[in-house]
Design a protein around this ligand. Structure first.
Ligand SMILES: Cc1cc2nc3c(=O)[nH]c(=O)nc-3n(C[C@H](O)[C@H](O)[C@H](O)COP(=O)(O)OP(=O)(O)OC[C@H]3O[C@@H](n4cnc5c(N)ncnc54)[C@H](O)[C@@H]3O)c2cc1C
Length: 488
């Protein structure tokens, strides 16, 4: 069958789905994209607009080592890309610490008494390390001492993952924090090694669309539509049909419940892999559905505040390690791009809360969340609650696929099922239950399109480890299989 006689349905208009449609449109393959959201493309990489103020779901830096991805970004946005300086710091105990942590800066800021405490607890950990190194807390404390662990690791990590550090696996800490110890960190601060310049540059600056990441994906949608392909908003997957091990079509369902059948030779899907399994017609075997039920997610809430203040702080974002507030991170969108704020006398902050859907803060009314946000920035002394003029709340389901003790086996089962159906490909972040950034999500889409065109690529082989993804919340811990007695 020639590529042009194929009919492809793409599920999701996030970075992965729109990249697939964009690449297919270059080859004249008939493509329909379905997007569940009634109005907004971009998925987690969207930009939300509230009375002219624009904000992301977390700030989205554009950085990649994948040339094809870079080429697509620049083809789409051309001169609309800005190169922005990066400043991010940790807020702890009413002080700002450079991030990534610089040990000398940190020790000078905490003062002589805390420094003595840090060094004492470090020496103690060296002399009497915890023999058992099963969980995150034990691993970090053994290398840095309990004091530094409690200052710069515990609170934020627990906010992000919603579980105690004693339940997060030591293997995750070992993988991400690698061979760093306090001694080597101090040595590196005093005698910095000449590193990979390209990585340093990526950490010090990044590319960003003038109007936020949503601009990229809105423009991408426009290009796909201008090339004659459909992007159907407000449409979810009702059923993915297959027969004799081959995709035959897909039924989509609109916001009013109306159904439409689309014949298809291929389905390229960025919907969560767990949801895909539940939508297959005929249904998969019971063990596949059981695997789908095992996958878990962490959800995300942004409280965006508009303040009557020209400049509050110079950072793009601040990690909030203080345990006295619930928010985990604050974005200052003006510092991402001045074009995100329509009135230069105002500032728009994005307060980030890591939550579980339906529980706690997720279920609170928007007004109460805006009030909470205003109170918390005042508690942190970053701004006065009186200066808050307006606010908006965005809830993002399934922002983080959770890597727990069961996910690997469950994903392997689901993947084997996907591989057994000709014409079905799962791409992107939740599509593969992988902690992909935009670039890796896009690469899975690029390879999926090449497969439709007759090449053979293993889209599960896309490498997700990038050494310059240095931020804690971008690394996904694994829950420990057994909880040590002390932590129970
Ligand atoms: C807080 C945070 C910060 C981040 N920062 C960065 C960053 O700085 N740089 C970076 O590159 N990446 C960043 N990322 C990662 C980035 O957001 C994702 O990699 C990217 O959005 C994944 O693209 P995707 O298309 O796979 O999935 P998504 O963005 O999740 O898009 C999937 C789309 O599919 C739609 N959909 C789902 N189910 C259905 C269905 N049944 N029917 C129809 N439509 C459906 C959804 O509505 C959504 O629009 C960050 C993520 C988070 C959570």
């Amino acid at each position: 069958m020639s590529a042009q006689s194929k009919q492809v349905v793409v599920v999701g208009a996030g970075p992965a789905g729109l990249t697939a449609a964009y690449e297919l449109s270059k080859h004249d393959v008939t493509t329909t994209v379905l997007e569940r959201d009634p109005t907004t493309v971009g998925g987690i990489s969207r930009t939300v607009e509230h009375k002219g103020f624009r904000f992301d779901i977390g700030g989205h830096r554009f950085f990649t080592k994948i040339p094809e991805v870079n080429r697509i970004w620049h083809e789409i946005l051309d001169t609309e890309f800005l190169t922005r300086p990066r400043l991010s710091r940790i807020y702890y105990d009413r002080k700002f610490f450079h991030y990534p942590l610089k040990p000398l800066d940190a020790l000078l800021k905490v003062g002589p008494i805390q420094t003595a405490h840090v060094l004492g607890s470090y020496l103690w950990a060296k002399a009497f390390p915890s023999r058992e190194e099963v969980n995150f807390e034990q691993w970090v404390s053994n290398r840095f001492g309990r004091k530094l662990y409690s200052m710069f690791f515990k609170t934020y990590t627990e906010k992000v993952w919603g579980m105690p550090c004693t339940e997060l696996g030591a293997d995750w800490a070992a993988q991400r924090i690698q061979n760093l110890s306090l001694g080597s960190a101090v040595k590196n601060a005093l005698f910095p090694k000449r590193g990979d310049r390209s990585i340093t540059t990526l950490i010090d600056q990044f590319e960003y669309p003038r109007l936020g990441p949503g601009q990229m994906w809105e423009k991408c949608r426009d290009i796909v539509e201008a090339r004659g392909h459909r992007v159907e908003m407000g449409q979810s997957v009702h059923a993915i049909h297959h027969r004799d091990g081959r995709i035959t079509g897909l039924t989509m369902v609109g916001t009013e419940g109306e159904l439409e059948h689309l014949p298809a030779t291929d389905v390229i899907s960025s919907m969560p892999i767990s949801e895909m399994a539940r939508r297959m017609d005929p249904a998969p075997p019971a063990h596949v559905l059981q695997a789908a039920d095992k996958l878990r997610y962490r959800d995300f809430l942004t409280v965006s505040l508009v303040l009557d203040a020209e400049e509050l702080f110079p950072d793009n974002w601040i990690y909030v390690h203080s345990p006295d507030v619930q928010l985990g991170r604050i974005q200052n969108f003006k510092n991402w791009s001045p074009y995100m704020v329509p009135d230069a006398s105002k500032t728009c902050l994005g307060l980030e809360y890591f939550v579980f859907e339906g529980q706690g803060l997720w279920a609170r009314p928007d007004d109460a969340l805006i009030e909470l946000g205003a109170r918390e920035i005042e508690t942190l002394r970053l701004a006065s609650a009186r200066d808050v003029r307006d606010g908006a709340v965005v809830r993002m389901q399934k922002a983080y696929p959770v890597y727990d003790g069961e996910f690997q086996k469950a994903v392997a089962t689901l993947r084997a099922y996907v591989d057994s159906i000709d014409g079905l490909q799962q791409i992107g972040r939740n599509g593969q239950h992988r902690y992909n950034n935009q670039d890796h999500s896009m690469l899975t889409a690029i390879l999926a399109v090449r497969n439709v065109l007759g090449e053979r690529h293993d889209i599960w082989d896309v490498n997700v480890s990038e050494e310059y993804h240095e931020t804690m919340e971008r690394q996904v811990p694994r829950r420990v299989e057994r909880t040590p007695a002390a932590a129970r």
